[in-house]
Ligand binder design. Structure first.
Ligand SMILES: NC(=O)c1ccc[n+]([C@@H]2O[C@H](COP(=O)([O-])OP(=O)(O)OC[C@H]3O[C@@H](n4cnc5c(N)ncnc54)[C@H](OP(=O)(O)O)[C@@H]3O)[C@@H](O)[C@H]2O)c1
Length: 189
């Protein structure tokens, strides 16, 4: 989702200012690392329990969404990359710089629908791009695999859990306090 949401959708280049909303889950840290292949300033938004991990993987700024609504802070971003779509488009609009792009890969259904329905009107009135990205199976894996192999991209993994602990791992995941992706080790022996 990180790859597909960023590559070919916006031109990634030095000097951009990007915000990732819902940045401490599975997609956010990978999106950050893709952005950091350029000299891009990245802000991450998530709950307080994930901010330390986010700083450790390289976010320049972190925001606790339970304390601060970034769309009201007055700061503007070139790109907002969203995994949670928890605001209506008008809120994101005011946090985008002129010609900025809002890209979402998931979140609340009514808000995702409003993003799709209003995107043309927003583009015409403000010049800003609003995009909902649908996952395409395996697209980008060939480009990403060498980046993982060479250590340029590092997955953020919580666990790994052994297979007999799979039920506990799922409960943990559903509790929403996991850091990055949960991994379960499967032995083929
Ligand atoms: N487009 C597609 O085709 C497609 C396909 C598969 C998945 N998806 C979607 O892609 C997204 C994947 O992201 P992911 O794997 O990184 O999800 P994730 O691991 O669940 O991470 C999302 C993060 O957002 C945080 N969050 C919750 N409410 C928030 C708010 N109001 N403001 C800011 N952050 C908030 C969550 O923290 P808490 O602990 O506070 O909840 C969590 O850390 C999901 O929305 C999924 O539904 C899309």
């Amino acid at each position: 989702m990180a790859w597909q949401g960023l590559h070919g959708i916006v031109e990634l280049r030095d000097g951009l200012n990007v915000l990732i909303n819902g940045a401490g889950g599975g997609v956010g840290p990978i999106a950050l690392q893709l952005l950091k292949q350029h000299d891009i300033e990245v802000t991450g938004v998530d709950n307080a329990s994930k901010l330390e991990l986010m700083q450790s993987v390289g976010f320049d700024h972190v925001i606790d969404y339970q304390k601060e609504d970034f769309t009201r802070s007055g700061k503007r971003y070139d790109v907002i990359f969203d995994t949670k779509t928890c605001y209506f488009p008008t809120h994101y609009l005011r946090a985008l710089r002129p010609n900025g792009s809002y890209i979402t890969v998931g979140g609340s259904t009514p808000r995702l629908l409003s993003t799709v329905i209003l995107s043309r009107l927003i583009k015409r009135l403000s010049g800003k791009q609003f995009r909902l990205i649908g996952l395409r199976a395996a697209q980008g894996l060939e480009e990403m695999a060498p980046l993982f192999e060479s250590g340029i991209l590092k997955p953020v993994v919580d666990g790994p859990f052994e297979l007999p602990q799979a039920a506990d791992a799922l409960r943990y995941y559903l509790g929403g306090t996991q850091k990055g992706r949960i991994a379960i080790t499967v032995s083929t022996g």
